[in-house]
Design a protein around this ligand. Structure first.
Ligand code: PDD
Length: 280
């Protein structure tokens, strides 16, 4: 596989990052995951805009114009022959000479890394036909979840807790309300209305979320952006998640309680279809 590091395209085994990199030492970095379907980048503009915002919130700037970043994405997709899969992009505050809590000077070069992952058949994953099972866990992440940082240890622990419980993923709960999934936004469908958490610093503003809500509204579906509880979700007709890696994925059980009849619901299935029709 060819990867990109600070201006160079290299075989993955030859790519190097400093041990003093603040991404490595302090999780001082941000990332984006853009999906690739049929060799095409999905929603690149949205990912680039959110990247710019994440960097700005942390006192960093875009390392290059969004168009140039798009060029690197496309180059990697081409070089690695990615038909279906994703491009991962990470930007850190770079590698100052020593470990120090204070930010290094603004002119410290950032570390820019991109790689691809090939996932043949990504769009028709068997999980989409059966739906996934989630458990609920406390949301113990930091308070700026609107910034897409590489601090992914708690989400990683959440996935392990889900696995240990025989489930696929976890929905995180704060003050009695669902924030989001470990790496996706969470939704329920109740009384014909699609409900998902309102935006703020408590969740990531998903690029897939924005697209799906737009398509839902265009299709005259009712959408409410508000907090909901696990009990409300368990009593809902349907549940699903969205992200660049799962698109729209039905959720069929929460903490062991089946949602609706325990199979993927019509709204989630329809939104998944619309998502592929519109974004391909
Ligand atoms: N995760 N919420 C969280 C906490 C996320 O990490 C993600 C994305 C989302 C969905 O955002 P989007 O629709 O823009 O992918 C919501 C990516 C896919 C990941 O970490 O791999």
């Amino acid at each position: 596989r060819t990867v990109y590091v600070n201006g160079d395209y290299l075989p993955e085994g030859e790519a190097k990052v400093s041990v003093f990199d603040r991404g490595f030492l302090m999780a001082d970095g941000v990332y984006e995951v853009t999906s690739v379907l049929g060799g095409r980048l999905i929603d690149f503009d949205g990912h680039a805009a959110r990247l710019d915002r994440s960097l700005t919130e942390l006192g960093m700037t875009m390392p290059m114009a969004a168009e140039d970043l798009r060029g690197i994405h496309r180059e990697l997709v081409a070089r690695n022959g990615v038909e279906d899969g994703m491009v991962y992009l990470q930007i850190t505050r770079g590698a100052p000479a020593d470990r120090d809590f204070a930010y290094p000077p603004q002119d410290t070069p950032q570390t820019v890394v991109l790689f691809t992952q090939n996932k043949p058949g990504l769009a028709d994953s068997p999980a989409a036909r059966t739906g996934i099972r989630v458990i609920s866990i406390d949301d113990r992440r930091w308070g700026r979840r609107d910034i897409k940082t590489v601090q992914l240890l708690y989400p990683s622990m959440g996935k392990m807790m889900a696995k240990a419980a025989g489930a696929d993923d976890a929905w995180m709960v704060e003050d009695g309300h669902v924030t989001e999934g470990t790496s996706n936004n969470a939704y329920i469908v109740a009384g014909g209305t699609i409900v998902t958490r309102d935006l703020g610093d408590h969740i990531l503003s998903g690029i897939t979320r924005a697209a799906v809500l737009r398509f839902a509204r265009e299709a005259q579906m009712k959408v409410e952006e508000r907090a909901f509880t696990i009990a409300e979700a368990q009593a809902a007709d349907e549940a699903f998640i969205t992200s660049a890696s799962t698109f729209v994925m039905p959720v069929v059980a929460i903490d062991g309680a089946p949602i609706g009849d325990g199979t993927p619901g019509p709204v989630a299935r329809r939104l998944r279809e619309i998502y592929f029709e519109e974004s391909r």
